[in-house]
Design a protein around this ligand. Structure first.
Ligand SMILES: Cc1cc2nc3c(=O)[nH]c(=O)nc-3n(C[C@H](O)[C@H](O)[C@H](O)COP(=O)(O)OP(=O)(O)OC[C@H]3O[C@@H](n4cnc5c(N)ncnc54)[C@H](O)[C@@H]3O)c2cc1C
Length: 384
């Protein structure tokens, strides 16, 4: 497809945020939406490397409210979008081994319950009883919410992109934006490797690269790319179908079913920011040792695959939404490792911001870019 010479709204990035924004804008009647994506097949996007977890269990009201809209959108996704997102409510099971985490999670669960999210609180013995295949002698407590679970990142991403195309949004792959024109404080167009597009609005949905795109309009966007890695195993027939998404919170070590085997990952809190997406052998050896300590059955499985991807991390682990001080330059990025689950609602909120002047469905006004300069971060404790 040829590059159009002009558009009303150019969305930069075709991952879940760009795709959901394009769909929701077009569905709400916006004309002249154009989506530009650097890669041919979204091959190094965060969305394509995502673990697929979706959950209500968060530590801040705004994240819980985002989940309360977004996860039901996944339940309706097949009817609305026509593609099955493979949403499976297997539950997220946080296991707590540190007294400080127990105290923090008690507060989180009370907040979740006050907002209508029925998270269960489990004592250590109950954790061991419910996870008989795992070694959690040191578990002090756990939390479980049965409507948390897993969805397929690619189906969600492609579903929104396909429907956006059907609604008339050109989606141009292999079209990197390399600059943004600003005239008298207003966005006037984008420069791409294939030519110039005049436009009035630009949406920065560039995920881990959103900070780089911000430089084109001289905005400092504090989103850092941070590598996260995981491996999958060959079939493990002894793992039951209803095995939950288990998180050993203190170690940021997690397990969930993936096909007939398991997926396991562990966050490396020492990981320096950067765009390297290669798998690191030392990480893999450490992570697998920790995983086998918790789930000895893993010793009977083979390694099926492994990969790394980039979290898009903000200083307070919350996303950045909405307009900026550059007129016509909008951001939907920085979901800090939980963007798949909030992708559906994020696109809807962006369409409300851009077409109605404010985000109506969930109040995300506190998640503006200016909060970092103005010293009003909102820290999320429940990140892995
Ligand atoms: C290993 C891993 C595990 C994760 N697990 C989970 C999970 O269990 N649950 C969950 O909810 N979230 C998870 N996440 C986070 C989630 O994947 C992200 O928050 C989400 O996918 C971000 O989507 P995005 O559209 O903002 O970014 P991306 O999917 O990265 O999309 C951004 C796109 O912008 C394009 N782009 C960049 N610069 C330009 C440019 N100049 N011009 C044109 N295009 C450009 C890129 O090529 C990319 O395709 C995980 C992430 C990783 C890496």
């Amino acid at each position: 497809m040829d590059l159009p010479k002009s558009a009303q709204i150019v969305i930069i990035g075709g991952g879940v945020m760009g795709a959901s924004t394009a769909y929701h804008l077009a569905q709400a009647g916006a004309k002249g939406v154009l989506l530009l994506e650097r890669t041919a097949h979204l091959e190094d996007s965060a969305t394509s490397r995502c673990a697929g977890g979706v959950r209500y269990q968060f530590a801040t009201e705004v994240n819980i409210q985002l989940s309360k809209v977004s996860l039901p959108m996944l339940e309706r996704f097949k009817d609305e979008i026509g593609i099955d997102p493979l949403y499976r409510q297997c539950g997220y099971f946080f296991v707590l081994t540190e007294p400080s985490d127990v105290e923090a999670f008690k507060v989180n669960v009370a907040l979740q319950q006050s907002l209508g999210v029925e998270t269960e609180w489990l004592e250590g013995d109950e954790v061991r009883h419910r996870l008989p295949l795992m070694q959690f002698q040191d578990a002090l407590a756990g939390t479980l919410h049965e409507k948390d679970g897993l969805a397929d990142p690619s189906s969600v991403n492609m579903g929104y992109l396909d429907r956006a195309r059907d609604l008339g949004v050109p989606v141009l792959m292999e079209t990197e934006v390399v600059g943004i024109d600003v005239e008298d404080g207003h966005v006037a167009g984008v420069e791409t490797e294939r030519g110039h597009v005049a436009c009035e609005h630009v949406v920065n949905a560039a995920g881990p690269w959103a900070g780089e795109v911000g430089k084109y309009v001289r905005l400092e966007i504090p989103i850092q790319p941070v590598r996260r890695q995981m491996v999958t195993t060959t079939p493990l027939p002894d793992i039951p179908d209803d095995f939950p998404f288990v998180i050993d919170f203190a170690q940021s070590l997690y397990f969930h079913r993936e096909g007939e085997g398991l997926l396991t990952g562990m966050s490396n809190w020492e990981q320096e920011p950067g765009f390297d997406q290669r798998l690191d052998d030392d990480w893999e050896a450490n992570a697998l040792e920790a995983a086998m300590d918790r789930l000895p059955l893993l010793q009977t499985a083979g390694r099926l695959s492994g990969w790394a991807g980039l979290y898009e991390v903000t200083p307070d682990s919350h996303p950045i939404f909405g307009p900026t001080r550059v007129d016509g330059f909008w951001i939907v990025a920085g979901f800090s490792g939980h963007g798949l689950m909030h992708g559906p609602v994020a696109g809807k909120l962006m369409s409300e911001f851009m077409l109605e002047g404010h985000a109506r469905t969930v109040d995300v006004s506190m998640l503006d870019l200016a909060r970092f300069e103005e010293g009003r971060p909102i820290q999320e404790y429940n990140v892995i």
